[in-house]
Ligand binder design. Structure first.
Ligand code: SF4
Length: 382
């Protein structure tokens, strides 16, 4: 079976949504942001297309945007068309001012690069990379354009699955090069490159193979969460398509839901209240250079704790190995096991044996939303 990043991420978000979109093929209209992004992508492809002998003029880049936008604007609500159009032209103008001249040391090798790489024994991972730049001898940068305004933190970029997939693909397509993967926020002209560990890449491969296996088994259970609010196939989803039946049970669910909502609100309020008071007490103790204070009929004593976040495994090993004690502290690392399972170094039976050794913990979460207020989820609580 072959799977693309967008299909894989849909499956991870909600297997039922995957089924409705890709198995039942229920069409999902793209939102205005998607059309805007696609038109900007088309213009940037025009600007960086490596087949042209020299960089096109700004007018040609804007023309590419206009041509693409005109083919899409019918799908965008009328009141938003002008806004997106102006935003696109403005963005491209600013981008061209900064990068219109050929960038020193960088050369675009490909735009809109399609790939299909082998995964596991018989599956394939497919996709398309926005741009590949050669940065120098044996150095490549794989770039994914982002046209939204919101930017992630660096740690989120480091764990970005799309970039991990691009890294796997580019490493296979260009084995002689070191590959950097970058999200390029064109609205802000900011590039964020990922630092990916081998474990993270192996784990991504494993997660994709696991998703493929579950698709093949027909595992399409709904995974309801806040993403249901903007799910394009919600009207067809087995959780939402029929009016809810309320079986006549002995549980007063009306009362339970009300009490749960009230308790969640009170808990959230109490957390805020406590955090504010705690910050003030800490500030007082810091300024007074003490760890103890009395007031309001109470005494507060502050203790400081140190928690280990991680160990430098190599240094621990250097110390313990000569003492013959290294074996007493090593643990089975989940990412490493997943990575091993994603390779073809083990037989199917051996893989099944290891998977059977995993301990799974299932948690249940209730998400409360005030009825009639779809845009404003009330509370999420464990
Ligand atoms: S509405 Fe929610 S649970 Fe249903 S398919 Fe969409 S995302 Fe999944």
């Amino acid at each position: 079976m072959q799977i693309s990043f967008s299909r894989f991420s849909t499956y991870r978000r909600c297997p039922q949504q995957y089924k409705l979109q890709y198995v039942d093929r229920i069409p999902v209209p793209a939102g205005p942001e998607l059309h805007f992004g696609a038109a900007v992508h088309d213009a940037l492809n025009r600007m960086y297309d490596p087949r042209q002998l020299q960089r096109p003029q700004l007018e040609e880049v804007i023309e590419a945007f206009i041509a693409s936008w005109q083919g899409r604007q019918e799908e965008v609500p009328e009141e938003k068309r002008q806004l997106y159009f102006e935003r696109g032209v403005d963005l491209l103008r600013r981008h061209y001012e900064r990068h219109g001249a050929e960038e020193e040391g960088a050369r675009t090798a490909a735009t809109e690069l399609s790939f299909s790489i082998r995964l596991g024994d018989s599956d394939r991972l497919t996709g398309r990379i926005d741009r590949v730049d050669v940065l120098g001898e044996k150095q490549l940068e794989v770039i994914d354009y982002k046209t939204g305004a919101r930017m992630p933190t660096q740690s989120i970029v480091d764990r970005d699955v799309q970039l991990a997939i691009y890294r796997l693909a580019a490493t296979e397509l260009y084995p002689a090069f070191d590959v950097t993967t970058t999200l390029y926020y064109v609205l802000h002209d900011v590039r964020m490159s990922a630092v990916q560990s081998d474990e993270m890449l192996s784990e991504t491969q494993y997660d994709i193979l696991e998703a493929i296996a579950r698709v093949q088994l027909g595992d399409f259970d709904p995974n309801p969460d806040s993403h249901c609010d903007w799910c394009g196939v919600k009207a067809h989803c087995e959780l939402f398509r029929k009016p809810l039946e309320t079986p006549d049970l002995e549980i007063d669910v009306d009362d339970a839901l009300r009490r749960y909502a009230e308790a969640s609100e009170a808990e959230a309020e109490a957390k805020r209240y406590k955090a504010e008071a705690q910050a003030q007490i800490n500030a007082y103790l810091d300024q007074a250079k003490t760890e103890r204070v009395e007031g309001g009929g109470y005494e507060a004593i502050r203790r400081r704790y140190r928690q280990v976040v991680s160990w430098d495994a190599e240094r621990v090993r250097e110390t313990l190995e000569p003492l013959g004690m290294w074996g007493r502290v090593t643990q089975v690392d989940s990412a490493a096991v997943k990575g091993l399972l994603a390779t073809s170094d083990l037989t199917r039976e051996q893989k099944a044996e290891i998977e059977a050794a995993a301990e799974y913990r299932e948690s249940k979460r209730i998400r409360l939303k005030r009825l009639g207020l779809p845009e404003d989820p009330e509370e999420t609580a464990e």
